[in-house]
Design a protein. Structure first.
Length: 91
């Protein structure tokens, strides 16, 4: 989203306009004498609200239960890095 820079005086004068921009997802950098002093950003959605939005968009599938964590089928217990083993196999 767009980012706007505004002085304190202009922010006071047009506060409702800038708050509307923030509600639309924009960020406002507030300056005093040309130096940034604060930032207005939209509030973040709760995690579950974002997950539900992703589900509604069809981007993720989740049953709502805890995921089952499976142990890796192969664990490297040697001093050789896995990346070295892969590079060796590619030769």
């Amino acid at each position: 989203m767009a980012q706007y820079t505004v002085g304190v005086r202009d922010l006071k004068t047009h506060l409702s306009s800038y708050l509307e921009k923030v509600q639309n997802g924009h960020t406002i950098i507030i300056t005093s004498h040309g130096k940034p002093i604060a930032q207005l950003t939209p509030t973040r959605e709760e995690l579950m609200d974002r997950v539900k939005a992703l589900q509604a968009a069809g981007l993720v599938a989740w049953s709502g239960k805890k995921p089952i964590i499976k142990m890796p089928k192969l664990v490297n217990k040697s001093d050789t890095l896995m990346s070295d083993l892969v590079a060796e196999l590619r030769r």
